[in-house]
Design a protein around this ligand. Structure first.
Ligand code: NI
Ligand code: MN
Length: 232
């Protein structure tokens, strides 16, 4: 399994069976991403919410690759009006997409589709739990505040192995809240995201790592640079 970070909340996960899953593919307007959008391949594209920095290049990439687009009901309604084949779902549900189980879970954030001429309702912001073919579970928190169900539902019920958590502050959790989220979700490994893309969300990852070391030293923090891949 490989997890590649494009910067911000954009990740490519390649499963052991070589399935390529893109999450929040903010590529061409992403200041921290140096990879041209034309080089991005995907089998499945997941969109956590309708904001431009998450929806990103989803339509362009799906057009070119034929990837399956997965999002909430409102996002997939919008996409199907543009002619795309989609898998629409909602918070609390799971779908099987190719060999991957995708579970949509909660996030506390706003979620309208903000890049169209007039803002369109985007439903609720979400997070995703992916269960890969080998049973490994990867949680992408999307944009979110800290909330109690991270412990009672995401941690206790779904038990992710790896959690991707925003730490940029201002629009999402900061490093302190992110470390508490990690404690509550209790994965084996955590990868911070949604920071250093823009000056307003600049963060020093050492602060996040130190909070984790103090609160839950058993959780391994993996810091990626944009373009870097974590493999296991
Ligand atoms: Ni957002
Ligand atoms: Mn965002």
């Amino acid at each position: 399994m490989q997890i590649k970070w494009f910067g911000h909340s954009a990740f490519e996960i390649i499963s052991d069976e070589r399935l390529k899953i893109l999450i929040d593919p903010f590529i061409s307007n992403n200041p921290s991403c140096t990879i041209p959008v034309e080089e991005i391949e995907a089998d499945i594209i997941l969109i956590t919410h309708g904001h431009a920095d998450h929806f990103g290049d989803a339509m362009e990439i799906a057009n070119r690759t034929g990837a399956t687009l997965v999002g909430n009901h409102e996002i997939t309604l919008f996409l199907s009006k543009q002619g795309f084949e989609t898998v629409g779902m909602n918070i609390g549900g799971s779908v099987q997409v190719q060999n991957i189980k995708v579970t949509m879970l909660d996030a506390k954030h706003s979620a309208d589709i903000d890049f169209t001429e007039e803002v369109i309702s985007g439903g609720s912001a979400a997070s995703f739990l992916l269960t890969l073919e080998n049973g490994e579970k990867i949680f992408h928190a999307g944009d979110t505040a800290l909330f109690g169900d991270m412990e009672t539902i995401i941690g206790n019920i779904y038990k992710p192995d790896i959690a991707l958590l925003p730490i940029g502050d201002k629009f999402t959790m900061g490093p302190f809240e992110g470390a508490i989220a990690a404690k509550w979700i209790s994965p084996k490994k955590v990868i911070p995201m949604h920071y250093n893309t823009f000056p307003v969300i600049e963060q020093n990852t050492t602060i996040f790592s130190n909070f984790i070391a103090q609160m839950t030293p058993n959780i391994e923090v993996i810091i990626l640079n944009p373009g870097e891949t974590y493999s296991e």
